[in-house]
Ligand binder design. Structure first.
Ligand SMILES: Nc1ncnc2c1ncn2[C@@H]1O[C@H](COP(=O)(O)OP(=O)(O)OP(=O)(O)O)[C@@H](O)[C@H]1O
Length: 322
């Protein structure tokens, strides 16, 4: 559904280098990216600020023309046939709204109905579905400017879906939302993807969105693709560790056991780290055999930590590769 082959985007920028002097330089916002997203996939597209995510999305919608490479969305070259593509895609920008600020929500939908020339029956059906699943019933007559951020976001998602797009680009759809609203939006997207096989490309800084929604994640930095795989695979690449929290009968020196290393001791409680890919069972058995064990729990690795290290430019290697 989305084909990106060696795509580049270079911006010419003028930088002030003195009182009257300006120098022309180039910013390579996207630097030779290739990926393929099959129909019905829900893929996360993440990266630090300025990595090139929005530039990629803008090229995929046809707003920007690539400086090099080849791009196709639903078989269409976005920058050449932007209007034709607009009928096939939906876009939601979390930080901006596509709704008419002073009009009641329903009026924005009526305008979308006309603009996209959506057949009446299909419009009704899609609107009813969105109103029900996104809980918009009470909000349809409220002017958009009076909606809370979470209500507005749900309103925006519905607006992007009324014309049945095959591809949905979501840029920060959960930004600024409370936990309940986030859960609602995620549940809706999961259902949409499962029931209608809508292809979704999701940009977010909230890694829980990725963990809960995407089987695949792409990480971009400095315009280049750094990782393309499962969210779990990130732990492999990042050599993530799980933590064993051990409660002993009494305070003892740090536990010595094969396969794990002590990282913290606080009274009778000790923390040990071990590779996320390894089994906890032999370590637990060894500790139970040699130490006065009272209680024990395992903490899962933190995807945020792996991503933070990746964004900080640390070279991450799959376990065993070095
Ligand atoms: N119109 C433009 N002219 C010049 N440079 C630009 C333009 N748009 C983006 N850039 C530059 O391209 C790079 C990538 O920007 P982009 O907005 O794609 O990043 P992003 O990954 O979406 O970041 P964020 O998470 O902050 O939204 C940045 O260095 C940015 O300054």
């Amino acid at each position: 559904m989305i084909d990106v082959d060696g795509v580049e985007k270079v911006f010419d920028v003028r930088r002030r280098t003195g009182l009257l002097r300006r120098e022309k330089t180039q910013v390579r916002a996207v630097d030779g990216i290739s990926f393929h997203v099959p129909r019905g996939a829900m893929v996360g597209y993440i990266g630090p600020n300025g990595a090139g995510k929005s530039t990629t999305i803008k090229m995929l919608t046809g707003i920007l023309t690539p400086s090099g490479g080849r791009l196709r969305v639903a078989g269409i070259d976005p920058s050449r046939e932007r209007t034709r593509l607009a009928r096939r895609i939906g876009v939601v920008f979390g930080q901006r709204t596509t709704l008419w600020w002073d009009l009641p929500l329903i009026d924005s939908y009526r305008l979308v109905h006309r603009m996209y020339r959506i057949p009446d029956a299909r419009y009704r059906e899609n609107l009813d579905r969105c109103v029900e699943l996104l809980d918009l019933g009470e909000l349809l007559d409220v002017p958009v400017r009076q909606l809370s951020l979470g209500q507005r976001m749900r309103g925006d998602i519905a607006a992007a879906l009324l014309h049945d797009p095959e591809v949905l680009y979501l840029d920060e759809p959960t930004i600024g939302l409370d936990v309940v609203s986030k859960a609602k939006v995620r549940e809706f997207l999961r259902d949409l993807n499962a029931e209608r096989a809508t292809t979704v490309l999701l940009t977010t800084h909230d890694l829980t969105d990725i963990e809960q929604l995407c089987k695949r994640v792409m990480v971009i930095d400095h315009g280049r693709l750094m990782y393309d795989g499962t969210p779990d695979g990130l732990h492999e690449v990042g050599a993530s560790e799980r933590t064993l929290v051990v409660d002993l009968e009494r305070e003892l020196p740090p536990i010595e056991v094969t396969g794990a290393r002590p990282v913290r001791v606080e009274g009778p409680r000790q923390w040990l780290s071990f590779p996320a890919s390894a089994s906890a069972a032999p370590i637990v058995a060894a500790i139970a055999a040699e130490y006065p064990l009272v209680d024990l729990s395992v903490r899962e690795p933190d995807i945020e930590a792996v991503i933070a290290r990746m964004y900080a430019g640390e070279r991450l290697m799959p376990r065993g590769a070095e």
